[in-house]
Design a binder for this molecule. Sequence first.
Ligand SMILES: Nc1ncnc2c1ncn2[C@@H]1O[C@H](COP(=O)(O)OP(=O)(O)OP(=O)(O)O)[C@@H](O)[C@H]1O
Ligand SMILES: [Mg+2]
Length: 465
Amino acid sequence: MQERLLIVDDEQGMRNLLSIMLRKQGYLVHLAGSGEEALKKLSNDVYDLIISDISMPGIDGIGVLRRVQELVPEVPTIIITAYASTESAIEALKLGAYDYIVKPFDVEEFKIIISNALERKRLERENQYLRKELHDQYSFEGFVGKSQKMKEIFSLVERVSGTNSTIFVSGESGTGKELIARAIHYNSQRKEKPFVSINCGALPDPLLESELFGHMKGSFTGAVTAKKGLFEVADGGTLFLDEIGETSPAMQIKLLRVLQERKIRRVGGTEEFEIDVRVIVATNQDLEALVEQRKFREDLFYRINVIQIEMPPLRDKTEDIPDLVRHFLDKYNQQVGKKVEGFTQEVVDCLLRYHWPGNVRELENTIERAVALETSSNIQMESISENIRKNGKGKTEFPASLPSSGVNLEVHLEGLRARFMLEALDRVNGVQSRAAELLGMSFRSFRYFAKKYNIFGDPAIRADL
Ligand SMILES: Nc1ncnc2c1ncn2[C@@H]1O[C@H](COP(=O)(O)OP(=O)(O)OP(=O)(O)O)[C@@H](O)[C@H]1O
Ligand SMILES: [Mg+2]
């Protein structure tokens, strides 16, 4: 594509000279005889580069430059000065000019300046594009997490978003099952169509049936008009069936039929509608166990379990806690118009140690509450709920025998490993391979856990368990 240049100069001779020289170089050249004309052109057209004389009656080169910086700061501007007036040239550079050239100029030098300016702009644009690509690739709106587990999930989501396969999202309560279902939808070609979500556990059968499939007028008491079901509402888009494990056997048969035939019939209706809906189901129950107990149909289980995404519990990705905490702090600061800056070390340690049975949702609620309660600039222990304070406090000493209240063994084992790793490193003056040897660990797993516990990272967020 030909690059578009705008030349601004009040001297006709100079305009002609530049215009001939640059057209020969293959550029598309536009001319303006005054600053005023240049501003008009700038608001009506798009240029890749501006070349402007500095001294002109009326709006001068600096005026043009200011306007370019306001309107299209990414477009490079080259200023021409009539004499070595370094002062105005430097002012131009300060205002964001790409470069300046002094008249009379060397044509070859001028050409090089121009092509460099355009080249830089092109690179910047490419970088921007690349950044955008990268961003799009990992555009999981509102998703925080750099842990290996989340990376694997993001990459799986990317791979499955383009397909129409049914997806089964499993995971404990509050792990982000609905969030991932949305991410799949918004990363798919269906994103312009609706994402519809329904909690199958919240409604008794007849209501759920009419919600999902719709009903005809008069099909039951209260059905005063015909109503579209959510399968129809979600047409072309995605239907998220949450708490699928809660559905009754009768409902399971109906769901199986839709998933097999991709057709629905409204309650009380005779006509069948073809539907084009991507189905994502979720549950925090162990569906396989329900199948074994014959509480969930095996055929439906196989029908929905085409691609399974298992959301890890928060205690298995503690390295994401600092980022999540920061994310929620920003979110709730904004929501309630506060400026809480951070957390005391004690709070950070506590949040890292606590075992989060309610997962990310519990963490989010904790931060929301803390932000609301906090009166100082950093979140103090007092703003954290008592339960979390108690369970996340102090060094988690490994108990000699099982306490009557039970333990979170996983957390204790992790804590022990982190502590021993730190001690081992101390003893061998930080040589990782020797520390690994001392602990009978492979170098690889030493490195893995060192990263997980942030052993070499910012001590402020280190999982000093
Ligand atoms: N990785 C994450 N980054 C940011 N926010 C998250 C993340 N995971 C979960 N959340 C937030 O945590 C809350 C719970 O997530 P979500 O509702 O998706 O969980 P769920 O698994 O569907 O829970 P439940 O089983 O209780 O319905 C939401 O507010 C969600 O935005
Ligand atoms: Mg949910």
